[in-house]
Design a binder for this molecule. Sequence first.
Ligand code: F6R
Length: 260
Amino acid sequence: MEIVIHDSVEDMARMAAGIFEDVLKTKENPVLGLATGSSPLPIYAELVRRHKEEGLSFAHAKSFTLDEYVGLPEGHPESYQQVIRNELTTLIDIPDTHVYSPDGGLDDILTAGERYEAAITAAGGIDVQLLGIGTDGHIAFNEPGSSLQSRTRVKTLTEQTRLDNARFFNGLEEVPYHAITQGLGTILDAKHLVLIAIGKSKAEAVVSMVEGGLAASCPASVLQMHPRATVFLDREAASFLKNYEYYNLVFERKPKWQTF
Ligand code: F6R
């Protein structure tokens, strides 16, 4: 796991966007894994800027969102399918038919996980997967206790996650109880994982992810198993890390020839 600790969220967004740009420029049919929530927004803003000002093209890309609430009506403004369109995909040149999300509709919920896995496989697998981390250590909506080998399926949200996400709704009672989410095994299959965490509220989850044991109680700890995981942290999110100085040293001494 490569840990990058930085004061400036803009600088981190530039570095993370650079990883996406490399994939977009080197792969014929790039497959991007997208996250929702607040953490990825600076990266999406930078990708949109590169598209508008520098001509970075997403025309041949496909995107797969990590998760979706179960049971929200089609087109609900807080459905992740809608959020990812508003925040990124309608602002760049990716065809709308290439923007995939798990199907959170109740009609076919029993087959939705399997269908989503099949779509990811048919696209050739995810080249780069963006991730945020929940205050309870979740990635996507793999809440504590999730199997480390899980695939896309329905999970019950913790009350902490519902409370954290109530800010996007008109109150806690509107936040769904369930979500369909890529599993930890699904996420581990992506070729490169890029996680971003900002702020003190993430510090405890971050220290468990990076320096705790590999455990279902901190689903994000599966990043320790991935051969290519890059973690961007601001100083607050990194503040509980025991090896803080060492991570800074590794970054300062990163050889010029070594990319993320
Ligand atoms: C959303 C997702 C979640 C969030 C996490 C952090 O697609 O997968 O795991 O990344 O809850 O959310 P923010 O970034 O809003 O703090």
